[in-house]
Write a protein that binds this ligand. Sequence first.
Ligand code: 3EB
Length: 341
Amino acid sequence: MRIGTPVTASALSVGRAPLESTLHTGAQAQPPLGALAYGQAANVPWMSSVNAPVLFAHAPQADLWRAGARVDAGRSGAVRWRTDGHWAFGIIDLPEDGEGLESLAETGYRDLFQALQDTGCPHLLRIWNYLPRINEDGGGLERYRQFNVGRQRAFIDAGHAVYEGSPAACALGAQEGGLSIRFLAGQLAPLAIENPRQVSAYRYPSSYGPRPPTFSRAALADMGDGQLALLISGTASIVGHATVHPGDAAEQTRETLRNLAAVVEAANQRCTAGFDMAELHPVVYVRHPGDAPRVRDVLTSALGADATFLQHAVFLQADICRQDLLVEIEAHAVARGAVKA
Ligand code: 3EB
C-alpha cells in the first residue's frame, strides 16, 4: 500500500523528555510519529524500547518524534511503520531462528526498503541497530561482521548508496532478543557529513570484516519550519580507522569528544545553524558498567554539569561493535538554520 502525499508539508520535531511526560504529550491532539524509550517502554503502539540497561539518567527518558496531525500505521513484512505522509518511523524486531545474522540483517533491511516505498518516504535519516551478542563468533565470522555483510547486500539490492550518502546510524549490542532496527525516514534527502579525523566507515579496510559498515558519521536533515537537525551516528575512540586508547575508558571518552567536536564542526561548515557541542542530546553507551562514573566525569569536566549535554544524557550499558571499544556516544541537536547552498 502506498500512502498518498498530502498537499501541505509537515514539520518534524524531536523532544527528549521523561517517559511520563512523553506519555502525557501522546494524549494530545498531535499524534506521535514514534518514540524510543531508553530502558523500559510504555505499552503504547508508537513507543519502542532500546533494550539496554540504564546506568544513569535524570529520569527514565524517551525521544519522541512528532510530525503531522494525521498518522497512519501499517506493516511492510517485518516492519511496523507509522507515517504522516512526509515522515516515517519504523520498527523491526526479528527473532533469531538459527539462520545467522547475515541473512537476518538482509531480511530486515529488505523489508525496511519496502517500507520506504510503502510509506512514500524514500530517504533514510537515521537508523538504530541493536544485535544480541554482537561480538560473539557467528561461525567463522563475528556476528557484527555478519550483520555488515547482510546489511550492505540489502542496500545494494534496493539500489541505495552504500558509500557517500549512507544514512546516519548506530549499531550496539542488545541485552537479549533478536535483531532490532528502528529508523526515521523522510521525503527529502539529508546531507551526509563525514569526520576528517576518521576514515569513512564505509571505506574501512577488510581487516574489519569482509564488508564495511554502511553509515555516514552524521546527517543534516531539514525538518521544516526553518529547523535543521544534526543526527550524529555512534561515535567512538577511532582515529583514521584504528581504535585508540584500548583498555582506557577515560581516554576513549576524551577521544570520542574530539571526534564529536570534529563532526559538529564539519556540519557547521555546511549549514547556517551553528550547532554547539554542549547543546547535543547524547546517548552514551558504556561496555562495562564500572566505567560509567569515570566516563560521566570526563564528559562533565569537558562540558559542564549544567550543559544540555549532561542534563539530557542517557547512559546505557551495551556492548560496542569492536571488542576494544569501551564507550560510544550518539547524539542529536536541532537548531534554526539551513544547509548552505
Ligand atoms: C565506528 O566508528 C564505531 O555499524 O552502523 C558506529 C556507528 C559504529 C554505526 C554501524 C558502527 C555503526 O566504526 C562503530
